[in-house]
Design a protein around this ligand. Structure first.
Ligand SMILES: [Zn+2]
Length: 460
């Protein structure tokens, strides 16, 4: 009997000690702290589709694609997706009007613009100061946030872009109080207005004919795509051995092709210093899982980002900005059946609360604002107040964030305490969320979904 009792005692001790450890660990970390959730509730990963405007030949093509992406209208591709997917524009280069009639002479074309003709959508006709017929439409879409990227000032050949063109373009935007935050380099050696350290990029070289970043950045540009593409599925993602192998391969590629060096830590955004000393956030774009489809054209979209890549992105809990050209490689139907199917799968994973989908600029703003947010808590026995202090980083300086800067931010909260969130002495409205897959409840500052202008429609 005595021996059995001792055994029972020992067994109880063995059970008791781990139970105490579990209680202590659970009590300190799990439900009683406030922390920032990586993505806005309820999502597990985030995607932007970043389309360059090259070869989108007519406004009809552009609007047909955007209406399908951005509205739930009944379109030629079926019901629209109603997703926040943006697009880009040029200021100069549109050489045909909406009906295809030429209004720029071929000599000007040959001297100003690169290689073959490219009719990408632009604000001005050629390099003149007359506006394209559809410019009012573009301005409305810029204002609404659905056109959010400047794909450089246009499609120029060497040294044909000059600073005065940037001055005119920025003055035009300012007149309408519009700001563009994302600049995407376009073309290769010939488009010498591009920004970055490559010897053929003069946009940030003070003294060059093309120098414009002292105008462009103060006008609101804070994100730059310099040219980095990656095959890693999910940036800032959970550890993945496959991504690590790809990252190492991309690093080696850079060493062999040393004219443009990029960071290789698989982060979405880095701080980059321009040749003129200014700083900017630069971002990487995902091109494809295994190095195929270097053109990133519309008809390759399903191979770049099919359901299997989307599922991996979600399970890796990463960010992704997809590199594409909706207007390139697409023929008269504009969107290929395989692309429509891939986009519908993205919509499905957005609907099932797994994948956040938003424009490049909104995704980047969410990323940097959640990363550089300063906040603290004031805790009482039965309540917690989350105090928003500021956003501080090398590009934006110190700002007291407004509702746009904070949209989507989600905080995990303790289970049994009253919660408030405050900034500059005033309480902010928030949404209370149910527990997610981690078992933790959270609160979010509202995401303000873009509004597509109701009267812009080709299908009605
Ligand atoms: Zn381009």
């Amino acid at each position: 009997m005595a021996r059995m009792a001792r055994k029972k005692d020992l067994a109880l001790k063995f059970l008791f000690i781990p139970a105490v450890i579990l209680l202590v660990l659970g009590g300190c970390g799990r439900d009683n702290t406030v922390s920032i959730r990586k993505f806005p509730y309820p999502y597990k990963a985030a995607l932007a589709i970043c389309s360059d405007i090259d070869e989108t030949e007519t406004i009809k093509e552009s609007l047909t694609i955007q209406e399908f992406l951005n509205t739930s209208h009944s379109t030629r591709f079926g019901q629209g997706l109603n997703l926040e997917i943006g697009n880009s524009f040029w200021f100069y280069n549109q050489c045909l009007d909406i009906d295809g009639g030429t209004f720029i002479d071929s000599l000007t074309l040959a001297t100003k613009f690169t290689g073959g003709l490219d009719f990408g959508i632009s604000i001005f006709k050629g390099t003149s100061d007359s506006l394209s017929d559809y410019t009012p439409l573009l301005l409305r879409l810029i204002k609404a946030g659905y056109i959010d990227g400047l794909h450089s000032y246009g499609n120029f050949t060497e040294h044909q872009f000059q600073r005065a063109l940037a001055e005119r373009a920025l003055a035009f935007l300012k007149k309408d109080s519009l700001t563009i935050e994302t600049f995407i380099n376009h073309g290769g050696y010939e488009n010498t207005q591009n920004i970055g350290k490559a010897p053929w990029f003069y946009g940030d070289n003070s003294g060059a004919l093309e120098y414009h970043t002292d105008l462009t950045i103060p006008a609101g540009i804070k994100f730059l795509w310099r040219g980095q593409v990656t095959h890693c599925i999910g940036q800032d993602a959970l550890f993945s051995p496959v991504n690590l192998i790809k990252q190492s391969y991309e690093y080696l590629q850079d060493q062999l092709h040393t004219k443009q060096q990029y960071p290789h830590d698989n982060k979405l955004v880095h701080i980059y210093q321009l040749d003129d000393g200014q700083k900017i956030f630069e971002f990487a774009r995902f091109i494809s899982p295994w190095g195929k489809y270097p053109e990133a054209d519309e008809n390759h979209l399903a191979d770049q980002l099919g359901s299997s890549q989307i599922n991996q992105l979600i399970s890796n809990q990463g960010y992704m900005i997809l590199y594409t050209h909706f207007g390139k490689g697409n023929g008269t139907e504009f969107l290929s059946p395989s692309t429509i199917a891939a986009l519908r799968y993205i919509k499905k994973r957005n609907d099932d609360s797994s994948l956040m989908v938003t424009t490049t600029t909104k995704l980047l703003n969410y990323y940097i604002h959640s990363k550089y947010l300063y906040w603290h808590t004031v805790e009482k026995p039965d309540s917690v107040i989350i105090m928003i202090d500021s956003i501080v980083n090398e590009i934006e300086g110190k700002l007291l964030p407004d509702a746009d800067d904070l949209e989507g931010l989600t905080f995990y909260i303790p289970d049994n305490k009253a919660i408030a969130i405050k900034e500059s002495g005033r309480f902010l409205q928030y949404i209370a969320n149910a527990a997610d897959g981690t078992g933790r409840k959270s609160i979010s500052l509202p995401w303000r979904h873009l509004q597509f202008p109701a009267d812009i429609s080709l299908s009605r």
